[in-house]
Design a protein around this ligand. Structure first.
Ligand code: ZN
Length: 400
């Protein structure tokens, strides 16, 4: 049985780490995130789990058994001024689900391991799903040298947390895993609108993330006639609108430029350089979306006579989750009296890495309100407890 009071108490305790009111700013690969890992690891060590961290600072708490393990968890980092549920609720419910099985002295044949992935949001270094990508051997070369705004590299940040600084050394063998389960808030309005507390994820959208640099020519804003300019910002503006139009015209696609900086950045200088982010997602034909945007970017740059460079940060294909695990989750959610709908996830999740590495993977969504990546995001304790019980049901079915 899920102990909803324990779940709620721990949720509040975790939210106090780098939290203020309902706002949480617990960035990945920081001392705050480490503090959260220590707290969670302590809860499970007290129940007999063996707790370790890998070279990418992911936390694992394992209850031994025979054969391939059931891995269950989510992440503990947040975006700056995010909420207390994105990621954290998945770890809290995984802990509660496993503890409820320990409380009930359930005999689990397989090992069951709770995981808290490091730096899922990529808010500091721009590498989303960092920890799970490392563990499943999917990091791009040289990622350890990526730097934050203060010039600190991922390798430096890992060393400051007591690791060796080589995230690629964090490897697991996907064959050692029988299943990966993750619970997460929905971060969208579909369950709320339907009046249903839980959903089951069928697929996760493809996600492309890049940094684009447009180089034009900085010139005097008064003396340079309009026909002689290489305005990097004007070119970027055209790209931003093209992203909006292209994503708007394609089914199940979204495109966002959420970050932009202009150099030299003075009112009387024609912008010489512009750097912006590109975030492209689609549930279908993700490659087609990315190709169309990049081709349009190239053509805008060539028409305007500016240079465009694209630095790929992440490219994760559309990820279908495992149909057999989906059946287990349907059964597990029915066990708590919920007829959970199948949903496509528009947000990326750590679950993509095990799924793309061949581990049978499933996800439960918990109804959330107030959006996400904001202090307004919210999931009720009743819904969270239902989700944790469904997770416990699924672990029991898979591990016994
Ligand atoms: Zn998340």
């Amino acid at each position: 049985m899920i102990d909803a009071n324990r779940l709620e108490r721990r949720s509040a305790e975790l939210a106090r780490i780098a939290g203020r009111g309902t706002s949480v700013s617990r960035l990945g690969l920081t001392a705050d995130e480490q503090h959260a890992r220590d707290l969670v690891g302590g809860w499970l060590a007290a129940r007999g789990a063996s707790v370790r961290r890998d070279a990418a600072a992911n936390l694992f708490a394992r209850f031994e058994g025979q054969g391939e393990a059931i891995l269950v968890g989510s992440h503990l980092d947040s975006v700056p001024e995010g909420g207390r549920f994105d990621g954290a609720l998945g770890v809290l419910c995984a802990v509660e689900a496993v503890e409820s099985l320990v409380d009930a002295k359930t005999r689990l044949r397989r090992p069951v391991e709770v995981v808290a992935w490091a730096d899922e949001e990529g808010a500091r270094f721009g590498v989303g799903l960092f920890g799970s990508t490392a563990t499943f051997g999917r990091l791009a070369r040289g990622v350890g040298e990526r730097r934050d705004r203060d010039g600190i590299s991922i390798a430096d940040a890992l060393r400051a947390l007591g690791e060796k600084g080589d995230p690629a050394a964090a490897r697991c063998d996907p064959k050692d895993l029988a299943a990966y389960l993750e619970l997460h808030i929905e971060q969208g309005p579909r369950l709320e609108t339907a009046g249903i507390p839980l959903g089951i994820v069928s697929d996760i959208v493809g996600n492309y993330h890049a940094r684009v640099t447009i180089r034009g020519r900085a010139d005097h804003a008064g003396a340079t006639v309009m026909t002689a300019r290489g305005d990097a910002l004007a070119a970027a503006a055209e790209v931003v609108l093209a992203v909006e139009q292209i994503a708007g015209e394609r089914p199940d696609s979204v495109g966002t430029v959420g970050e932009i900086s202009v150099r030299p950045g003075a009112k009387n200088v024609v912008p010489g350089e512009c750097v912006f982010s590109l975030d492209l997602r689609a549930a279908r034909d993700h490659d087609g979306l990315v190709q169309e945007v990049l081709a349009t970017l190239t053509s805008i740059a060539s028409v305007r006579g500016v240079e465009a460079m694209v630095d790929d940060l992440a490219r994760i294909p559309v990820t279908p989750l495992d149909p057999k695990i989906r059946e287990v989750l349907v059964h597990a959610t029915r066990g708590v009296g919920v007829d959970a709908p199948l949903l496509v996830s528009g947000a990326g999740h750590d679950a993509q890495n095990p799924a793309l590495s061949g581990v049978p993977t499933g996800m439960i969504f918990v109804r959330s309100t107030g959006g996400s990546h904001t202090p307004r995001e919210f999931a009720s304790i009743d819904d969270a407890a239902l989700g944790a019980q469904a997770l416990a049901n699924a672990i029991k079915e898979l591990a016994t």
